[in-house]
Design a binder for this molecule. Sequence first.
Ligand SMILES: NC(=O)c1ccc[n+]([C@@H]2O[C@H](COP(=O)([O-])OP(=O)(O)OC[C@H]3O[C@@H](n4cnc5c(N)ncnc54)[C@H](O)[C@@H]3O)[C@@H](O)[C@H]2O)c1
Length: 387
Amino acid sequence: MADKVRIGMIGCGGMAGAHRDGYRVLWEHEYHDFEIIAACDVDVNRAQNMANSVAEFQGSQPNVYTDVEEMLDKEPALDAVDICTLHSMHHVVAVPSLKAGKHVTIEKPLGITMRACHQILNAAKENDRLLQVAENYRRSPNERATQWAIRQGKIGELRILFWIDVGESLGPWGWRDDKFASGGGWAMDGGVHFTDLMRFHLGCEAEEVYAISKAYHPYRYHKPDTLEDPIEVTNEDTVIAVIKFEHGITAQWTIARMCPGGGFGGRALYGSKGRMSLSGGFKSRDEEMNMDQLREAYLASLSDAERERWFPRGITNTVATELHEFIEAVLGRGKLEIDGNEGMKDVALCFAAYESGATGQAVKMSDIEACKIEVYQGEINDALGIT
Ligand SMILES: NC(=O)c1ccc[n+]([C@@H]2O[C@H](COP(=O)([O-])OP(=O)(O)OC[C@H]3O[C@@H](n4cnc5c(N)ncnc54)[C@H](O)[C@@H]3O)[C@@H](O)[C@H]2O)c1
């Protein structure tokens, strides 16, 4: 087994900066079982800046590339790649990386469509490589504490989850406004974090989804305050979904981003004994804890091994802990919590909402996961040549 994992970063934009900071946190905690040896971005300046900023803490300078295939070809020592590109490029760069024998950690969502997800999953399986989806939200101490309390039965048997997020968002958002680059709007980009948290907290899978999905206002504005200089966008701004989970649990999930005049929202899980306010503590018929008390109780309940598993070296930065887990798994010293299959299930729930919106019918998760319903995704697959 190698003494350290040699990593290539692919896509050196905004989130890659958070990954770089995560690696830096690990480094500063004396965790040196990795080396970033390459940085790749189609924009050479971004790749170069990434390489320079990595060298500042790591000491050695990563090589710079603008083409993934060239990087894979010229860097045989690479063990793994860390993918932070826009969604339409996930399968385009992940599949050749896996075929070249590299382990992969990839930002959410796993793929831009379910077919793209399956291409990545198949490449990982066929080449026997690790595939982690870098889903970080559930890794925060608050989310872990909330999940722990739910499992402890603090609110009783789980019944109804309300997840309401209503507001207005008028500013342009680059590739995130383009369905063929992003796969969907906020119900995909942020939504895949939320579906992961739903599955994590409820501890079971969705079975069926009915949703309305629309673009009530398909414009954004370079000057949002005065609604001047509009651009047309191709993504939805509204998803209102009812989700049937296993064990009779119902979720009502609303994302509405074009509601002028003031938003509202909240995330609450009701059980037979009380209410968990995600992640703000709970109140039941016989007990109440705010988030600080709950987090303290959870942390106090952890064994040393559990503490090291979830918060290695006391680190709570969610990106640092996910990268630590990935490196440990590549070194054969640990398991991935969110592997490709988990990441696929997270994004399938987003696509279920879009497909239900497109067909006007309730859809079964098994049909979404098996690519049997692709009314919404079909034009993305066609445009991007995803088969
Ligand atoms: N976990 C989180 O909280 C979180 C937050 C933000 C973004 N993300 C995810 O991170 C990913 C990247 O988002 P971002 O905000 O950093 O986007 P970004 O636009 O800032 O960065 C994407 C980078 O990828 C590069 N790129 C595009 N095609 C490429 C290719 N073929 N090869 C190499 N590089 C290529 C672009 O030039 C750009 O620098 C997305 O999957 C997004 O959903 C996650």
